[in-house]
Structures are given as structure tokens and as C-alpha cells.
Design a protein around this ligand. Structure first.
Ligand SMILES: [Ca+2]
Length: 236
């Protein structure tokens, strides 16, 4: 007597072939049932769920020498004694350090930074968040905000002309935090003496859902330090 749902030898061969094909594609699992084989569909979710992941860099080791970070040239180095990334100027500015990320959005970016000297009114290094299509969101602060200016205050997907918590002098540490979503983001800043971050601005945009890499860059003739970078996101 055959069991319900199970066939004879011919059915068994057909079921076995179907099972091998579907299982090899990850579409089913196979269970023996008497003389037959039951093929059970596997539910696949797409896109696959994200696994929470964090990147924390405190520059306590020479992450340029070990290749974790790359740089524009030898004007960029790690001061392991202080635990800082040091970005100096070469011949005209734009010197940077880069770290590949590859996180899916949303991400939270946080960095404690300071301008040591120079900069033509820029008072922080620039944090550039590059997406998978080559576009980027830049975060920096420029003190010079005069009536009619087309630039000034915090830069967060365009100049905001907002100066809340913006450093006004050299050697003033500031910690920036940005939440980056595919449809927009928020920027916060915190001075060392502050217990909490202060919200600066909310923006709307449309960006790809992958943060490809981060660049930390100086402006003009500036020398800049970065104490740490932390990025929280997820990886598929
Ligand atoms: Ca540090």
C-alpha cells in the first residue's frame, strides 16, 4: 500500500530529480516520505535582511601603514601617541584619508574633529560620505556667513547658513553626528563640554542605499586632526 502523498518507483525518480534541481537553486528542501520524497518550498526574503555592523576607528594604531586607511600622500599620517589622524596640506589642499565601508543605509556617522590652523574660515576638516553611484554628502563648517553669501555655516548636502555649535576658533574640538537615510538625513554637533548633541538641520535627498567609502579631507592650507570615526549601519 502506498502512503498518501508518496508515489511508486517512477514517482520517486521524478521527485528526486525535482528535489535536486530545486535544492541546488536554494528553492526547496527535500524530505523522504516512505518510498517518496516531499519537496517543501523555502521562503526567501529579498533583499536579504541586514546584519547590524559598526566601524570604530580611534587612530591608536598606524592604520595607514597597515593599509586599513589609504591617503592622498605623505602629508596624511597617524599620530599614535595622541591617537589622532593628522591631515596636513601638500601643494594646494585637498589632502585626505580614505576608508572603505560598504554599509547599507541607514547609517549613523560620527567623528570628533578639529582644525589646528589655516583653512580660510573653514573650521573643521570635511567628512565626505561617498555612495555606490559616486555621489557624496559632505559635512564641514565655515565661519564666514555674511548677508548675500552663497556659502557659510554648516555644510550638509548644501550650505545651511546655520552656525549653531559651529567652532569659531582654531584648536576647538567638535563632534559631528549624521544620520544618513536614502531619502534624507539629520545633522547634530556636540562640543566636548556638552552632555548631549544639538540638532542642527534636517535634509531631504535621494541617494543609493550603500555607503561605499568615507574621505576625511582638509581645505585650503589647513592642518586638521581627527580623534575618532564611528559608523553604524548594516551589511547584507
Ligand atoms: Ca583617538
Amino acid at each position: 500500500m502506498r502512503r498518501a502523498g508518496c508515489g511508486g518507483r517512477r514517482s520517486l525518480r521524478i521527485a528526486a530529480v525535482l528535489c535536486l534541481l530545486t535544492a541546488s537553486l536554494g528553492l526547496a528542501s527535500c524530505t523522504e516520505c516512505g518510498v517518496g520524497i516531499i519537496i517543501s518550498p523555502i521562503v526567501i526574503t529579498w533583499p536579504p535582511p541586514c546584519q547590524a555592523v559598526s566601524l570604530v576607528e580611534d587612530f591608536s594604531t598606524d592604520v595607514i601603514a597597515d593599509g586599513t586607511w589609504t591617503r592622498s600622500g605623505d602629508t596624511v599620517s597617524v599620530d599614535t601617541g595622541s591617537g589622532w589622524l593628522v591631515i596636513q596640506t601638500g601643494d594646494g589642499g585637498g589632502d585626505f584619508a580614505r576608508r572603505d565601508v560598504g554599509f547599507a543605509l541607514p547609517i549613523t556617522f560620527e567623528a570628533r574633529v578639529r582644525l589646528v590652523s589655516g583653512g580660510n574660515d573653514y573650521k573643521t576638516p570635511g567628512s565626505y560620505l561617498y555612495f555606490s553611484d559616486g555621489t557624496y554628502i559632505k559635512i564641514t563648517f565655515l565661519t564666514d556667513v555674511d548677508p548675500g553669501d552663497t556659502h557659510g555655516g554648516w555644510l550638509f548636502d548644501g550650505w545651511t547658513f546655520i552656525s549653531i555649535k559651529g567652532p569659531l576658533a582654531e584648536n576647538q574640538w567638535i563632534t559631528v553626528r549624521a544620520e544618513i537615510r536614502t531619502d534624507g538625513g539629520d545633522l547634530w554637533a556636540k562640543e566636548d563640554a556638552d552632555a548631549d548633541f544639538t540638532h542642527i538641520v534636517s535634509k531631504s535627498w535621494s541617494v543609493p542605499d550603500e555607503l561605499d567609502y568615507v574621505r576625511l579631507k582638509q581645505s585650503w592650507d589647513s592642518i586638521c586632526n581627527v580623534d575618532y570615526v564611528r559608523i553604524d549601519g548594516c551589511r547584507r
